[in-house]
Design a protein around this ligand. Structure first.
Ligand code: 5AD
Ligand code: SF4
Length: 478
């Protein structure tokens, strides 16, 4: 009998990485691994890494640096680097941290168990990466970027009643600032049969909310025998699955926000009216240099079509400030776009040059760090004001929340307050709600009445019959 091995895994980055880690853990558990709480208790230490901004990579290399002496003291422990930075840096990971045993790109994760065995058997450092975007025929490149999703393990998710479901891998948009098309390879839609089978497994496991994920999720397409399935078709099919109560999808590409999709979200009660549609900049010059494929005017048209079809839609965006050549006038246009667009919230990033992208090749990263910082803060401050104003509309409203768990504060208060703790949930439009309640409510969908709001939080009370009968609560607004 082989001895149980213990795995410690640290994950940074996007939902794709969270899901990848879930899959790797599920795979290793099948081979007898157990999870370890910390480095000391682990036989295998894995870092699931991100390359989207330099800062994320620096953090990973610092974490690896701290393991240098640890590995000297414990040479038997295996250290692995997986994810986008592994794919991007490949041998460089070994040069910067020669005590790393394993480097595995996001398209090769299924090989991790065998490669760990090889390392344990003394075969030396192992690497498995996918082909680059110009390294051969497209079919070979695609094949080298695999996904191995159906290994669902509810114990590995942050909550068993919520799950990510990958419908697409890779990206073909090639925005000039972005490393993702290089690290995750060509866009490939998974087959509807696979997606639906996986959703049924999730529903059988008690999952109530599924978030479909893809880099450009609304560009999803799968053709088989002359029949093409779009995201809207998938939503109709998923809607039929008993037990599933909420469907979300991220991230959308503005140009592919088609009417059939918006109508599906409008017409299917399980679809959340929450749409993440990153615009990135409010200046046409910058959008062109980013190669985003649309103008500000076209984005505005998309936004008004979204709101015309789904009046309650909560739209969110990403912005990059300080992209190459961004002038004060360009930034002012972005600022004005945030002012008029009424996003529920926005994620704002300072441009970080990524070697291997067209942006790094073609343009100078010429906006000083202080300027990027100031623009970042100004935009954030404006967006926060708008977010709070948007939340004001919920004062006195009744909203439905999926209760996700106890808040951090609650965990401390729990001891003296017995069974009533501060809980955290989310509305269908992805707003965070905190309220007092019994921990037994975790995992349930229930109505709450909002009595106060901040920029990123609604404060609410569980709706009781009494509150309902005196009519203090309005109809749910999303
Ligand atoms: N620098 C800064 N932000 C970036 N993003 C992607 N690439 C970069 C980069 N090189 C941002 C985009 C994207 C989000 C996930 O990360 O806004 O939508
Ligand atoms: Fe990157 Fe653009 Fe693809 Fe998004 S759409 S992953 S920003 S290349």
């Amino acid at each position: 009998m082989a001895m149980t091995k213990r795995l410690y895994i640290e994950t940074v980055g996007c939902q794709m990485n969270v899901l990848d880690s879930e899959m790797v853990v599920a795979d290793l558990k099948k081979r007898g691994y157990e999870l370890a709480r910390d480095l000391d208790a682990a036989d295998v230490i894995l870092f699931n890494t991100c390359s989207v901004r330099e800062q994320a990579e620096n953090k990973t290399y610092s974490a690896l640096g701290r393991l240098r002496s640890f590995k000297k003291q414990h040479p038997e422990k295996i250290i692995g680097v997986m994810g986008c930075m592994a794919q991007k840096d490949q041998q460089l990971v070994f040069s910067r941290a020669p005590y790393v045993d394993l480097v595995v790109g996001p398209g090769q994760l299924a090989r991790i168990p065998d490669l760990l065995d090889d390392v344990a058997r003394g075969k030396g450092p192992q690497m498995a990466v996918s082909l680059g975007r110009k390294d051969g025929p497209i079919a070979d490149i695609k094949r080298s970027h695999e996904t191995f999703d159906p290994l669902r393990d509810p114990t590995m998710r942050p909550t068993p009643f919520q799950a990510y479901l990958r419908i697409q891998i890779g990206c073909d948009k090639f925005c000039t600032y972005c490393i993702v098309p290089m690290t995750r390879g060509p866009e490939q839609g998974r087959s509807p049969e696979q997606i639906l089978a996986e959703a049924r497994v999730l529903a059988d496991q008690g999952c109530k909310e599924i978030t479909l994920i893809g880099q450009t999720v609304n560009s999803y397409k799968h053709t088989n025998g002359g029949k093409t399935t779009r995201l809207s078709d998938l939503l109709y099919a998923l809607h039929e699955i008993d037990g599933l109560q909420r469907l979300k999808f991220v991230t959308n590409y503005p140009k592919d926000m088609t009417d059939d999709l918006l109508q599906a979200v409008r017409d299917l009660p399980k679809c959340s009216p929450y749409l993440h549609v990153p615009v990135q900049s409010g200046s046409n010059e910058i959008l062109a240099r980013m190669k985003r494929g649309y103008t500000v005017e076209e984005y505005r048209e998309t936004l008004s079509r979204i709101r015309g079809t789904i009046p309650a839609a909560a739209v969110t965006s990403d912005f990059i400030v300080g992209f190459c050549g961004e002038t004060e006038e360009d930034f002012q246009k972005t600022y004005d776009l945030v002012g008029e667009s009424r996003f529920k919230n926005s994620f704002i990033f300072k441009y970080s040059e990524r070697p291997g992208t067209k942006g790094a090749e073609l343009y100078a990263d010429d906006v000083p760090f202080e300027v990027k910082n100031r623009r970042n803060n100004e935009l954030l401050e404006l967006q926060n004001r708008i977010s709070e104003q948007g939340n004001q509309a919920f004062l006195g409203a009744r909203v439905e929340v999926l209760v996700e768990g106890a808040s951090d504060r609650a965990k401390r208060r729990d001891e003296d307050q017995g069974e009533i703790v501060q809980l955290v949930g989310r509305t269908p439009c992805d707003r965070i709600v905190v309220f007092d309640g019994n921990p037994r409510l975790i995992g349930q969908l229930l109505p709450v009445a909002v009595y106060d709001v901040a920029a990123h939080t609604l404060f609410a009370a569980v709706v009781t019959e009494h509150i309902l009968s005196v009519g203090q609560a309005r109809a749910p607004v999303g």
